[in-house]
Write a protein that binds this ligand. Structure first.
Ligand code: AMP
Ligand code: ZN
Length: 465
């Protein structure tokens, strides 16, 4: 497997620390609102990556956080608290907001066939972990208390900017537009590990700590959760490109300072999905969610298909025209795969050849577009029998997850539905009058039309087979 590593700025051969196991950490959502389809592009890319590892024979241990505290509007610890903003907007508590949007996020992932990671942990469930880390950072001189908060001292590191290619001028917190300067910091790049002086009167979630009643910064959450569940070393850490700085930069700083050694070997980032006006937003313009696409009659998997056509490291611009085209192509593809019939025995040589080709493409820095081309080549190859084609499509779909063999539930014909309901009512009346002969005749009449009924406590239900 070859993958582009942001840390070394090159495509590298992927070699996990333990031969057959991949320890993977992916940054999860801040659950203050629905995920937009840009956020979801990142989760689709991470899903394809995880499934590629599995396809290649690795066991994957993947962990993801759910941010329900500490993430401010600016990733550099300033601005409004996103969770409080959500709670005020909807006149609910922060916990209600978190639960509601976590559930929505889960549903979105399910619709997109994105596997729920093996370990998912909420930021608020790991407070002790962050306190333990911060205490050690203070003891070892990597952190300091100032103005009521605990900060990480970035000047204590030789190479704080290792992940960002040392674009220090662009990166330093304080020079970026809209970021107010925090005068309690010793260095501009320092970041908050623990807040006790909340600027937010409405701050609901606070915990006791050795430094006072307060709450953790956003960055420490991922370090704490990753180390707790995956141990001292991880193989691969992913997120969207906006996570490179400051979030992942800070994760590396505090984790390596705490552990006293190197932490994660591969840092892999997905490019953004933009809308025609540029950056995707939850507050401006059309808020593009999976539900909105569904309302407009687009299938979530058509969106997944659209994402797979572009490389994860390239910006993708969302337009309805592009989604429309992807939908048509997706339907055509499904028509082809659903029409495949088992015929003959598996042609082992051809099966292996195409699997190798697919493997080559997908393990070439996740070239999903080229991997899809292999799928089309299989479908076009007249020398292959149906059994072999089906087996290959099935094998590729373990990574692509496009439900290529799943029949859509057909919308039931309204006339048929009315007819069935009438017959069920007729039968109920017949039974009431103890006319069991008529009741049985009705049942048989329905069965002739492939309608099977069952009497339950809640009434008679039916299934069309
Ligand atoms: P958040 O819920 O804001 O913490 O973001 C969740 C994930 O979505 C993170 O991994 C971000 O890097 C990613 N992300 C944010 N905006 C976009 C976008 N426009 N396109 C792709 N990924 C994004
Ligand atoms: Zn994170």
């Amino acid at each position: 497997m070859k993958i582009y590593n942001t840390l070394t700025r090159q495509v590298e051969e992927f070699k996990p620390m333990h031969e057959a196991e991949v320890k993977m950490y992916t940054c999860g959502p801040t659950v203050y609102h629905y995920a937009h389809i840009g956020n979801l592009r990142s989760y689709i890319f991470e899903d394809v990556l995880e499934k590629t590892f599995t396809y290649l024979g690795y066991t994957v241990k993947r962990c993801m956080n759910i941010t329900d505290v500490g993430h401010l509007s600016s990733d550099s610890d300033s601005g409004e608290d996103k969770m409080i903003k959500g709670a005020i907007r909807e006149k609910k508590t922060v916990l209600e907001i978190a639960d509601f949007y976590t559930e929505c996020f889960k549903n979105d992932l399910e619709k997109l066939n994105v596997k729920w990671p093996e370990i998912v942990s909420k930021a608020t469930d790991n407070i002790e972990e962050y306190i333990k880390i911060i205490e050690k950072l203070l003891q070892d001189g990597y952190a300091y208390a100032s103005g009521g908060n605990i900060y990480f001292d970035t000047s204590k590191l030789e190479d704080y900017y290792q992940l960002t290619n040392h674009k220090v001028d662009e990166m330093v917190v304080g020079v970026r537009e809209g970021v107010e300067e925090d005068t309690f910091k010793r260095n501009q790049a320092d970041f908050v590990l623990w807040f006790t002086k909340s600027k937010f009167k409405e701050q609901e979630l606070k915990w006791d700590s050795p430094w006072g009643y307060g709450y953790p910064g956003w960055h420490i959450e991922c370090s704490g959760i990753a180390m707790k569940y995956l141990g001292e070393y991880i193989d691969i850490h992913c997120g969207g490109v906006d996570n490179i700085f400051p979030h992942h930069t800070n994760e590396i700083a505090q984790s390596e300072a705490y552990l006293g050694h190197f932490w994660c070997k591969y840092w892999v980032h997905g490019e953004h999905l933009n809308d025609a006006s540029g950056k995707m937003s939850k507050s401006k313009g059309e808020f593009l969610t999976i539900s909105l696409l569904e309302q407009k009659k687009y299938k979530p998997l058509a969106y997944r298909f659209m994402c797979l056509h572009s490389h994860y490291r390239k910006v993708l611009v969302f337009t309805y025209e592009a989604l429309e085209q992807a939908s048509i192509a997706y339907e055509k593809l499904k028509n082809k795969t659903l029409a495949l019939q088992e015929e003959g025995i598996l042609e082992k040589e051809a099966f292996d050849k195409y699997n190798i080709l697919f493997k080559e493409k997908i393990s070439d820095d996740l070239n999903t577009a080229a991997a899809l081309t292999v799928l089309y080549d299989v479908l076009k190859d007249h020398s292959l029998n149906g059994t072999t084609k089906k087996a290959l499509v099935d094998s590729f779909d373990q990574v692509l997850s496009l439900d290529l063999f799943k029949e859509e539930k057909k919308e039931m014909d309204k006339d048929l539905e009315r007819y069935i309901e009438e017959k069920i009512e007729e039968r109920r009346l017949a039974k009431e009058k103890k006319d069991y002969l008529l009741a049985d005749q009705i049942r048989m009449e329905l069965e002739k039309r492939n309608v099977f009924i069952k009497d339950t406590r809640e009434g008679t239900i039916f299934e069309v087979r």
